[in-house]
Design a protein. Structure first.
Ligand SMILES: *[C@@H]1O[C@H](CO)[C@@H](O)[C@H](O)[C@H]1NC(C)=O
Ligand SMILES: *[C@@H]1O[C@H](CO)[C@@H](O)[C@H](O)[C@H]1NC(C)=O
Ligand SMILES: *[C@@H]1O[C@H](CO)[C@@H](O)[C@H](O)[C@H]1NC(C)=O
Length: 358
């Protein structure tokens, strides 16, 4: 439907506004050598040739594309000597002749990066960082196995850091249908989460008394550890998606929170957003009341976010909000109605939400 498409375009605009960085596009046009330039005439043949290739769909007028370009080039030069080589390419999706290519890959905003495997039959969205070192680290992980074995305590503690979502499969042995389904899951969601597997529960944080097969998800928020034992692929996927959404998404300047913010805005749910100055004395009171509300509406199609004034200029611009309205709460329903309550007090949250949630 036309209206649905419009909403998602707006949200990708919002998402690009959210993390406006201070890095400006460098004027110097360094010699572009490592990033391959592709168009409709040679896209398929190039993608067929490389079992793993990353393609950036960009538009010449897009500012975020310009700031990405030197970082992308630098990453391409580092990755060209990786074994196996990791190839970075780009397509001008604004070019009339390339538009069919862009629509084939469902490109909705710029830049969009796709990781293509098996001649493009398997396409995943790149969800990693946008600076050179980060791109390199992220892509090295994408080219290895989707889930790597955890075989020592050192490995466990260096990989399961508690800073992001990490999904571990614990199995008596690395075979059988449960294990196979776990590897399918890891392949499918590898661009979003980190995966590992082991036969030794004692290697895992809080691993003492579990026996496999079990999938244990570590996350930096809420209950920190969740176990799951239904090994149907669809059930596993749903479990990971649901468990990795914080009860209340925190939006501040901490980049570790940004993937959850992106997820929040991409979700089809209604959205309840509370903006205030996180240094305010009332922060704890707001947080506790808002957490209660999130718990109350759990599973009812509403997502909750708390945003720090300092990090929220993009969102304020997008929703037409003013700084003197904070603390404020705004609800965006799934049919794009907006309700705003400015100058909010912690005790207002529950009653106000009740009025606007159906
Ligand atoms: C693909 O074709 C375009 C336009 O002819 C050309 O500029 C580009 O270098 C080609 N890329 C590769 C990898 O052959
Ligand atoms: C593995 O997943 C498939 C697809 O969901 C399912 O049919 C099968 O029963 C699963 N196996 C186990 C052991 O859960
Ligand atoms: C948030 O509050 C702190 C402490 O009261 C203050 O120093 C800071 O300027 C405020 N930030 C904004 C963006 O108003």
């Amino acid at each position: 439907m036309a209206s649905r498409v419009r909403v998602s375009i707006c949200f990708s605009l919002l998402v690009s506004l959210l993390f406006v960085s201070s890095i400006s596009a460098t004027e110097e046009e360094s010699k572009k050598e490592f990033v391959l330039t592709l168009d409709h005439s040679n896209f398929s043949e190039t993608v067929d040739k490389h079992p793993f290739i990353v393609v950036e769909f960009y538009a010449p007028w897009c500012g975020h594309c310009k700031s990405l370009a030197p970082e992308y080039e630098k990453a391409a030069s580092v990755l060209s000597s990786h074994d196996p080589p990791i190839v970075l390419a780009k397509v001008d999706a604004n070019e009339e002749a390339n538009k069919e290519l862009a629509s084939q890959f469902e490109i909705r905003g710029f830049p969009t990066l796709k990781i293509l495997r098996n001649g493009g039959k398997d396409a995943q969205e790149y969800k990693g960082p946008r600076e050179a070192d980060g791109i390199v680290t992220y892509l090295k992980k994408q080219v290895g196995p989707a889930s790597a074995e955890i075989s020592s305590a050192e490995e466990a503690s260096s990989r399961i850091t508690g800073e992001n979502v990490f999904v571990v499969g614990l199995f008596p042995k690395f075979s059988g249908e449960e294990y196979l389904n776990f590897t399918i899951l890891a392949e499918k969601l590898r661009s979003d989460y980190d995966f590992g597997h082991t036969t030794d529960a004692k290697l895992l944080p809080r691993g003492d008394a579990v026996t496999g097969p079990v999938v244990r998800l570590f996350k930096p928020f809420d209950e920190l550890v969740v176990d799951f034992q239904d090994f149907h692929v669809e059930a596993l996927e749903k479990f990971v998606e649901v468990a990795s959404i914080p009860k209340v998404t925190i939006f501040n300047k901490d980049p570790n929170n940004h993937p959850y913010v992106v997820k929040f805005f991409n979700s089809p749910n209604a959205k309840a957003m509370l903006f205030l100055n996180f240094s305010s004395q009332l922060f704890d009171a707001f947080k506790s009341k808002f957490d209660d509300a999130a718990e109350h509406y759990k599973g009812k199609g509403v997502s909750f976010l708390m945003g720090d004034l300092e990090a929220s200029q993009g969102a304020f611009q997008y929703f037409g909000l003013k700084e003197d309205q904070v603390p404020l709460i705004i609800i965006q329903t799934d049919d794009s109605q907006k309700y705003l309550k400015p100058n909010l007090e912690p005790d207002h949250i529950a009653t106000w939400l009740k009025e606007y949630m159906v």
